[in-house]
Design a protein around this ligand. Structure first.
Ligand code: ZN
Ligand code: ZN
Length: 66
């Protein structure tokens, strides 16, 4: 049976582990004086979220229990 994915709490997405959900690549500061001008995170595209690896975005997983 299908059960609610607890990894993403049913949202189908989780915080990007590369940028910790900020959406910014903090290792690549743009040549700008403003402190918040970071390059967008290449991993999530500045959304700060990535597709849940557990349910692949479906928000549900197959419970193997028989
Ligand atoms: Zn990211
Ligand atoms: Zn999930």
């Amino acid at each position: 049976m299908r059960v609610y994915c607890r990894t993403c709490n049913g949202t189908g997405e989780v915080d990007c582990t590369y940028c910790n959900g900020t959406g910014n690549d903090e290792t690549r500061l743009l040549p700008c004086e403003e402190p918040y001008m970071y390059e967008p995170c290449f991993y999530c595209g500045r959304s700060g979220k990535v597709v849940c690896p557990e349910c692949h975005g479906s928000a549900y997983i197959e419970d193997a229990e028989d």
